[in-house]
Structure formats: structure tokens, C-alpha cells
Design a protein around this ligand. Structure first.
Ligand SMILES: [Mg+2]
Length: 387
């Protein structure tokens, strides 16, 4: 079997605005990657883009990666990964290029599963058939006050979740906030209002509560705020500072061992995560399969985390394809921590497949058992969302 084509399909749909500490989403988007073969089989993956132009990511897939893949045996996945890595070394290793590599890698795993009539989880030696998850939400939005945040989280508990994560840090009045560099911030709050949001969330959530600043603090701010987070009952702090500040992360962990430090969805590649692990920066790593290097690289990141005694909680904020890939990967990862289960309205996740994902009463997601990723995309939905 030989690869005959590698294509990108951009998907987008408008959404009600939501904000984290720094950014605003008014649309959801995904770049699907399709690998076609001369045997008529094809695999589908997803490159995560963090809002980067879909056209740029698609061009990387089709103009930079595809020529290195056409004619290859799609079942030789690590050889294909190496060809993409070494073939883009100067311009890649990071950013949308590694995101594009990730999307191709996921498509190759899907293809191999279809060729061998096995779920990707089985190819990875996975033993779990259901994946624990936490509710990821608690964004800022127009008109959304503390009571609305509380009601949102109470709703997740009624669905069967125990653990949840909210956004904090959209506080331009905090000295040194990078929000100031971005101009006026809609729906921003004062630091006091932000603490009230944390209190409301803590009251609503039954299990652990995580807060995510999306790297909007610096190390001093994180060190100053950590004791208050602990006092309010927060047990996990996600990506408090930019991942380059390894020493800041390590200082935070030493100063506040009660708080589990997690990160970083924006980090990529095994080398990037290993540098953080070696520096003692993290308790839990949070790679994104569509960004950090695909299933192949996330297996390596999982191994590195296990060697450092750290857990793995996959970041997942994309379409149904990325969610499916994350479930299969979680089936096999060591030190598995609950998967991010995004609860913002996202039709690219909930309306793209013919059969919806299934969870049990405690929001453990069932790993799809069909061949490959085990999902069937709905052609009508693809047409609706295609750009
Ligand atoms: Mg995050």
C-alpha cells in the first residue's frame, strides 16, 4: 500500500464569544487531514491550530508535508514521522508545522487501524476501554456573572462529572498583566471578582477544582496568588506562566507543593516536555495530540512523564477527530489523569460524527471500538462546516 495524496480540510463554525485570560473565540475551527492510498483506504486526523489561519496550516500539510509522504508505505508511521520532522527541521519543530505533522500522524494511525481491522487503542497496547474526564468550561462571556458561572458548573455535576476547570486571570488591572498589550479587554474582571468566581466554582464542584490562567501570570504573580488558591480549595493550577520560564515553574512547585502544577498545552514535542520535566516544572503534563506531535510523539511524552513520576492529562479542545484520537491515546498512556472534556458548545465536536461519543453516568468516555479511530464522519456536516 502506498500513500497517493495528503489533503487538508478546513472547518469552521461561528460561536457565541467566550474568553480565557488572554484570548477570545468567536468561531470554532479545525483542520482535518486526510491521507489517501492506492488501496482505497484513507485515514483522517486533525491538526490543532489555536486560531492560526487554517489556510496556513493547510498549506503546510499540502505543500510541505505531502511531497515527503506520497509514495511511502502508510503503515511505516515512525518512518513517516521522521521524514516530516527532518524534512521541516529548519522551519518546523514547533508551531503550526508540528501541528500539521500531528494531524498527519493521527491520520496514519487511523489508516493503520483500518488496514489491520483494529482500534488505534489496541495498536497502542491500550488496556482501558473507558476514559475518565473532567468538565472544562468556566470561561468569561458577555453578561456572565458569578451566579451564571456557578449554575454552569452545577450543570456539569448533574451530568455526572466530579471534577472541573475554570478560566481565571482576565484581570487587566493586575500589575504586569499582558492583557494591557492587547488593548481593551471585553468582559474582563477585577482581581476581587476573579477570586469570587473561584469561590463560586469551589462551592459548585464536588471533586477537584482546577484553574487555568493560560500563561497570563508571571512567576512572581503566581507565587503571590498560589496560597490564596490553596486557601480557596483549588488543587490544580494549569499553565500559570509561559512555558519558557522553567525556573519560575520550579519555584512555584517548591513554594506551594499542595497545588498540582499542570501544563502546558502550548508546549510541543517530547524534547520540550522533557526539558520541563527535567527542570521539575510540572506535576502533570498536558500535551495536545493535534499540536504536540501526534499520537506517536504523545506516546513518547507519556513515557517521559512516567519516568519522572508525573501524570498525563491530555489537552483536547478540537473537533470530534481530535477527541477520538485523544480517547485512543488515553487508553494506552501511563499515569493517566482525567482527559479534558470541553463543555462549551462546539458543533465540530458534537455534530461531525454519525454516532455521538458515549459516556457512562460518571462521565467516563467509552473508547470507540471500530477500526482506526472508530468514528464515521457525517458528509453533510463536513459540507456544512467546510470553508
Ligand atoms: Mg488550558
Amino acid at each position: 500500500m502506498k500513500i497517493t495524496a495528503v489533503k487538508g480540510i478546513g472547518l469552521r463554525c461561528a460561536c457565541e464569544p467566550i474568553h480565557d485570560a488572554l484570548s477570545t473565540s468567536r468561531a470554532r475551527q479545525a483542520l482535518l487531514v486526510v491521507v489517501e492510498t492506492d488501496a482505497g483506504l484513507c485515514g483522517v486526523g486533525e491538526a490543532f491550530t489555536y486560531g492560526a489561519p487554517l489556510a496556513a496550516a493547510k498549506a503546510v500539510v499540502e505543500e510541505q508535508l505531502a511531497p515527503r509522504l506520497v509514495g511511502r508505505d502508510p503503515l511505516q508511521i515512525s518512518e513517516a514521522w521522521d521524514a516530516m520532522h527532518w524534512g521541516t527541521l529548519a522551519s518546523g519543530r514547533r508551531g503550526i508545522t508540528l501541528g500539521a505533522v500531528s494531524g498527519v500522524d493521527i491520520a496514519l494511525w487511523d489508516l493503520r487501524g483500518k488496514a489491520e481491522h483494529k482500534p488505534v487503542s489496541a495498536l497502542l497496547g491500550g488496556t482501558r476501554d473507558r476514559i475518565p474526564s473532567y468538565a472544562s468550561g468556566g470561561f468569561y462571556a458577555p453578561g456572565k456573572d458569578t451566579d451564571a458561572l456557578r449554575r454552569e458548573l452545577e450543570g456539569y455535576m448533574r451530568m455526572g462529572y466530579r471534577d472541573a476547570k475554570i478560566k481565571i486571570g482576565r484581570t487587566p488591572r493586575l500589575p504586569g498583566s499582558p492583557l494591557c498589550a492587547l488593548g481593551p479587554a471585553e468582559d474582563a474582571v477585577t482581581p476581587d471578582e476573579d477570586w469570587k468566581r473561584v469561590e463560586a466554582a469551589r462551592e459548585a464542584v464536588d471533586g477537584w477544582l482546577a484553574v487555568d490562567t493560560n500563561a497570563s501570570w508571571d512567576a512572581d504573580t503566581a507565587l503571590q496568588n498560589a496560597p490564596e488558591l490553596v486557601r480557596l480549595g483549588v488543587s490544580r493550577l494549569e499553565e500559570p506562566i509561559p512555558f519558557e520560564d522553567l525556573e519560575g515553574f520550579a519555584r512555584l512547585r517548591r513554594a506551594c507543593p499542595q497545588l498540582l502544577v499542570m501544563g502546558c498545552e502550548t508546549q510541543q514535542g517530547e524534547a520540550g516536555f522533557s526539558a520541563m520535566l527535567d527542570a521539575g516544572a510540572l506535576d502533570i503534563v498536558q500535551p495536545d495530540a493535534g499540536w504536540a506531535g501526534g499520537i506517536t510523539e504523545c506516546v513518547r511524552i507519556g513515557r517521559a512523564a512516567a519516568a519522572h513520576g508525573c501524570g498525563v492529562s491530555l489537552h483536547c479542545f478540537g473537533s470530534a477527530v481530535l477527541f477520538a484520537a485523544s480517547l485512543h491515546l488515553c487508553a494506552a498512556l501511563p499515569g493517566l489523569e482525567p482527559l479534558e472534556s470541553e463543555e462549551n458548545p462546539n458543533p465540530l465536536k458534537t455534530a461531525l460524527t454519525r454516532v455521538p461519543f458515549e459516556a457512562d453516568g460518571h462521565m467516563n468516555w467509552l473508547v470507540p471500538q471500530g477500526d482506526g479511530l472508530g468514528i464515521e464522519l457525517d458528509p453533510a456536516a463536513l459540507e456544512t462546516f467546510a470553508v
